[in-house]
Every structure is written in structure tokens, then in C-alpha cells.
Design a protein around this ligand. Sequence first.
Ligand code: PMP
Length: 415
Amino acid sequence: FTAGQYVGDDLWVPVLDGQPRQYVDLDTAATSSASVVVARAVQEFLPWYASVHRGAGIRSQLTSKRYEEAREIMVRFVGGDPATHQALFPRNTTEALNLLAFRLGLTRDDVVVTTAAEHHANLLPWQRHAQLRVVDVDESGTFDVSAVEAALDQHPRPRVLAVTGGSNVTGWLPDLRAIAAAARRRGVLVVVDGAQLVPHRPVDITALGIDVIAFSGHKMYAPFGAGALVVPRALLAGGEPFLVGGGAVEAVSFDDVVWADGPDRDDAGSPNVVGVVALTAAADELRSDGWSSVRAHEDHLVRALDSELRSVPGLRRLGPVTGDRLPVAAFNLEGVPHGLLAARLANEWAIGTRSGCFCAHPYMGRLLDLSEVEVAQFHADVRAGARHRLPGAVRVSANRQTYLTDIPLLGQALR
Ligand code: PMP
């Protein structure tokens, strides 16, 4: 064994005592493995793909058709109507939200309401283009609709509400239906970071009253490189594209450009059609396998995680431990630095987790009850080149590919 070896579908890796152990991936919230169905769809497509919208040949025509059909598939996957909504294919949720924040033409006078539970991807694009108004979280790492309403009612009136569909740190699922209704009643655009939600729950943006949703293929059993931004057609009808170049234009001269209409305006450069084929295969698989089976398995995982983690002496869990949640948990073990704990899980037990702040510094600051002074000191230290890190936690996460027996193993390792 060096880095490890596959036996069938199972990866075996060496651990510190020299014995191989079957690898257990409890870091699926970062990235999920591609499913067999997705891998097959990609394999079938590889021999004949060609450029999208750039060739007269039959392969290019078929590839272009497949690409345009994918837009409809992804709009429908999240309950949108292709007549009013379009799907763009940025690389991932981060790029999707950067694109959106740029394309909304926000100014420094505009207010975006966001929350303290966000991943940086749903914070920094808004921080860059507008003023943030933040809905804070309580000690359990959650907020309720009335806190969102209070933020929406402050002056000036916000243009956008940008909220997570599910937390990558705690697995908490905000009440999107109520939150979206509150924003819509006030004429505020509802943008949902669906990166963690979409792989785990059926999403119906029409029923929920969501205007825009962004998500990543690599968290929903497709590989890296293609995500989706599902957005009302009218919202991006005018204005300068985020990326400029070939494909996004109708006419170009040295001193003028006429932008293309529709999704082409936001599709400069040759698109990742292989990634998009994988994304649609993943979406179709989730839909056709039935959400109830995904849900049943993942609810088992949530309960198993709750009971295992409860039984570990000195373990302090972050965030809510009741109610409907994703199979995600963040915690600390008394007396063990989080980085060391994650390393021991990996090196002694072959359990893959993640430690740190999970691209959610403000949320982690709240969950760990850091004071403003501590946070300011940390920023000053980091600016000055200090190498120490913000306090953090270990995160475990699971999905429909996780074996139920992996969770007791985690408990055993932690105890
Ligand atoms: N939002 C959430 C809630 C996430 O968990 C992640 C990924 N950790 C992102 C956004 C960003 O996704 P990506 O890295 O694919 O852009």
C-alpha cells in the first residue's frame, strides 16, 4: 500500500499501525463522489462531444442540442418553469453567486440582507458589491423568520435577500418557505445558496417562492467544473455580462459590442459541456431514484450521528441537534485541537473528515462564541503574518452513498 488501493468499489488505505483499513468518507459536504450513473453518462458522451454553438458538423450540432436541453432539465430539476427561468452553467456555487452579484448592477447604496449562517460564497460577492445587513444567529446557530423580517423592514429597503438553503457547518435547514414569503411580500429578490440543499432535498423554487438558486455539481454526485444558476430570464435580460468574450456577443468592433440575448450573454468562452452532461445525469438520477429513498437513508444517518456523538465523553457539538437537518455535524473534543483530531481520524482510522472553519468564519465565530475583540485580534494577527489559526471544529458529513455502519465506527474512533 502506498496511497491506497481499490478492492471492488472500496478504497483501502494504510493507517499508522500498518494495517490497511477501508476508507470511510465522512467529508461528503465538501465533495461527493461521482455516482455510477453519472460516470456512465460521461463515458458515453466522451467519444462524440464537440464544440457548443461553434460548429456546423453533426457532432457539434448534437452537442449544442444536448447543452441547450440541459438548461431546461436543470430549471425543471429545481421546480422552475423554462418559459420564465433559465439555467446558466458556472463552474460552481461560488462562481454562480459572483456572477449574479455582478449582474444585478448593485451599488454601494444598495442593501443586501444576508445571514450569519452563510458560507463565504454567499457573503463575499454581496460584500464586494453592496452593503450587507446581517441576520444574526442565536446560540444554537439558527435564526427565525421574525429576525429576517426585522432586517427586511429596516431602511433603506434591501434589494436582495441572500440566504443559505442548508448549512455546510451544522446541517441546519432554514425555513425557506416562510423566509422567501417574507421577502417577496416586501418586493425583495430571494436568492438561495442551494449548494448543500439540492443534493439532499427536492427543491421547488416555484412552490417555495424563491427567485434564484445556485448549486454545484460536485456536491450532488457529478464531478467538478459545472454548477447551475437558475434565474428568472427577465432578471439578466440587459446589462453587461460577468465574463466577456466569444459566444456572448452578436456583433463586435474595436469600439462597440452588441451582447447576445438570453443565456448566451452569460456564456462567454467554450462551455464545459461534459460537466453539464454529468450535472444533468446527476439531477435525473436523484429525481428518478425517488427523493423518499434518499430522505429515508439520510434521516437514518442523522439519527445515527446524533446518537453516536451524544455518547462520546467531552464532545461538544455546534449548532442545533433537533429538528429536520442534513447529515452534517461539527464538534470539538475537549482537550484535543480540531486539526489533530481530524488527523488522528484519518491516520489511525482511515476516516476522512474536515477541520477548521469550513469557509464560514462569521458563522463559526458565533458558534464558538468568539467576541468581537477576539475576531478583530485574529484579523490583525493574520494581517501581520501570524500563522496561528482561528479556533475551529471537526466536521463530519454524510450522504446517500454513506454506509450506515460508518457512523458507529466514527463513534468508536472518537471514544
Ligand atoms: N455554499 C455552501 C453552503 C457550501 O457548502 C459550499 C461548498 N462548501 C459553497 C457554497 C461553495 O461551493 P463551491 O465550492 O462548489 O463553489
